[in-house]
Write a protein that binds this ligand. Structure first.
Ligand code: 5AD
Ligand code: SF4
Length: 427
């Protein structure tokens, strides 16, 4: 989502005469787009600010530094008063003010804009995307769920959706420009609603899928409480809607889910998983897990491990609980020690990796359609792409026979917990 926000910001800046540079040393302004979801994301930004501070000590011509995004929303006073390098602080709903505020900053006036909006979706702004195969596209902003641990509803405000027609137009434009894969983004895409036609997410994704059979469609994130049968049917129906669903569970314990205000039980969650698996064979499921939530007992932790074993996720984002000021959970004692959090997290990671390894090994011998992305990092003669199930696949591409954006069929020869390796089979 921040990736797409950066493209929106770049577009706003370009329209008022700025240009993007990849070289920090020649930048008149440096904007850090930030995340507040866990403490370590914020720590990294503070380290980066320190780095700029040191860099500028040696230089006369300082760049203007702006902090934008969730951290700007959450820590605006601190950032402006205590971080001397920072002169512009802008929250997620105020990006239109950036050019004006940078102008003011260049004449020495620091500025903050952090008002949250009920309507801003930047719908009329065409994100400045770099050429590529895959594009991110925000269909909505904000979140109304208020999970007890999560800062997003406070930093990104209330949920609001973009009109369906304008999303479909944007995707058509991207398809014409040569993009091959679109990821529809929202904190909770299942509660997408077009205010005009009252169309819901299943209708939107179906229209997007109809644009072209050669355009892959992905989406993230779904909330288990709002996962509709109609969405599952749409994923099953369209070959070009990728066979991957990210369904964050957070914990395997009903007691912890209740404390987290997730508003579903494990029984409900497993019911959805069952429906998905029976309607969409070969679906890859992924999830988010938080280890060491306040009051989490060894039994709660065991329930999470049991759930992971039962669902058999293809992948997971796994985190230690990180207390966030202002959230409901922050009022609770962060009473699982750091040592225990790390121990539980490691156990979860180990289990998940062994499951991913096992599941990937089942792909050995099969031929999978892969959308070619780029040369692999390890060997320029080998290229990487992804399967519909979002598995990274590496294959030889001598003499650059295949290019980014091609679809190739890869016969899988070898697998690890993270990657499939194979060779292209011509058909
Ligand atoms: N601590 C740890 N993980 C968190 N997440 C959100 N808030 C926190 C927190 N305070 C995780 C959740 C969510 C993902 C985007 O980040 O798992 O699904
Ligand atoms: Fe945060 Fe919950 Fe909203 Fe996801 S659904 S952004 S975890 S409040």
């Amino acid at each position: 989502m921040n990736f797409n926000d950066t493209e929106i910001v770049s577009s706003i800046m370009k329209d008022s005469g700025w240009e993007v540079t990849q070289n920090v040393d020649e930048a008149d302004a440096i904007l850090l787009n930030t995340c507040s979801v866990r403490e370590n994301a914020e720590t990294r930004i503070f380290n980066r600010l320190k780095h700029f501070e040191n860099k500028f000590k040696k230089r006369k011509d300082k760049s203007i530094v702006g902090v934008i995004g969730c951290m700007a929303e959450r820590l605006h006073e601190h950032l402006l008063n205590l971080q001397h390098t920072v002169s512009v602080v802008i929250g997620p709903d105020e990006y239109r003010k950036l050019p004006q505020m940078l102008e003011q900053a260049s004449s020495g006036n620091k500025g903050v804009a952090v008002k949250l909006s009920k309507v801003e979706t930047y719908d009329d702004i065409a994100p400045l995307r770099t050429e590529g195969v895959s594009a991110w596209l925000s269909i909505m902003r904000g979140c109304n769920n208020f999970c007890a641990y999560c800062v997003v509803p406070y930093t990104r405000g209330r949920e609001r959706s973009r009109p369906l027609l304008s999303i479909v137009q944007e995707v058509k434009g991207l398809h014409e420009k040569g993009f091959k894969e679109i990821t529809l983004l929202g904190q909770n895409v299942n509660s997408y609603k077009d205010e005009g036609s009252k169309a819901t997410f299943d209708a939107l994704i179906s229209e997007v899928a109809e644009i072209s059979k050669s355009l892959r469609v992905r989406f993230t994130t779904s909330h288990p409480r709002d996962m509709s049968d109609r969405l599952i049917e749409a994923v099953a129906k369209y070959d070009n809607i990728c066979k991957h669903i990210h369904l964050p569970v957070q914990s395997g314990s009903n007691r912890i889910l209740k404390k987290m205000n997730r508003r579903y039980t494990i029984e409900h969650y497993l019911g959805i998983i069952e429906k998905i698996k029976s309607s969409i064979p070969n679906i890859a499921l992924t999830t988010d897990i938080i280890a060491g939530y306040p009051d989490e007992t060894i039994e709660d932790h065991q329930a999470t491990l049991d759930l992971i074993k039962e669902v058999q996720y293809a992948g997971a984002f796994m985190f230690k609980y990180s207390p966030r000021e202002g959230t409901k959970a922050f009022a609770e004692e962060d009473n699982v020690t750091e040592e225990v959090k790390i121990e539980r997290l490691n156990e979860i990671i180990q289990l998940q990796n062994s499951i991913a390894k096992e599941l990937n090994s089942l792909d050995k011998g099969s031929t999978l359609e892969v959308l070619v992305e780029q040369p692999s990092k390890r060997n320029p003669n080998e290229w990487m792409g992804r399967t519909s199930t979002n598995k990274i696949t590496v294959f030889p591409n001598e003499h650059k026979k295949y290019s980014a954006g091609d679809y190739v069929n890869v016969k899988i020869k070898r697998t690890t917990s993270a990657t499939l390796y194979g060779e292209v089979v011509e058909q």
